[in-house]
Design a protein around this ligand. Structure first.
Ligand code: DQA
Length: 144
């Protein structure tokens, strides 16, 4: 069984309650269910969330040993974290960056992404469906 790490950053534990007009009503548990449905046969989903930059760095280090690919919504750290970019650069497999909202339509500070400098694909504005699309792409990339 190949494992895909689906990692979420700060404030995403509040998905469904936090600014539903921006991020919708689905919860992180719903996201995990969507990812499990989207995964191809032979792939397992490992979901994890941290509100801490270092927590996300450690999860990416763990993925080095355990995951074939990473789906990452780093939340606000997307726009600020060289440490998370450096951690992703230690990971050999495919990485997909996901944003629930269409960040390019929002404030200019959300337009820049450090994660995009490493990601093999970037999805923004598909709502939680973006995670499922990212999982499908990781399955393709891990199979080829
Ligand atoms: C987000 C967009 C980020 O700008 C924001 O800080 C988040 C969520 C998204 O999923 O749309 O926390 O990554």
């Amino acid at each position: 069984m190949k494992t895909i790490y689906v990692l979420n950053g700060p404030n995403l534990n509040l998905l469904g309650k936090r600014q539903p007009e921006v991020y919708g009503h689905e919860t992180l548990e719903d996201v995990t269910a969507l990812c499990e449905q989207a995964a191809a046969a032979g792939f397992a989903i490992h979901p994890a969330q941290s509100n801490y930059e270092g927590g996300l760095v450690e999860l990416i280090h763990e993925a080095r040993e355990k995951a074939c690919g990473i789906v990452l919504n780093a939340g606000a750290y997307t726009h600020t974290s060289v440490a998370i970019l450096d951690a992703l650069n230690t990971f050999d497999g495919p990485v997909m960056e996901v944003h629930i909202s269409q960040v390019h339509k929002r404030e200019s500070f959300r337009h820049h992404s450090y994660i995009a400098m490493r990601a093999d694909g970037v999805i923004a504005g598909l709502g939680t469906e973006g995670y499922a699309a990212a999982v499908r792409r990781i399955c393709q990339l891990c199979e080829s």
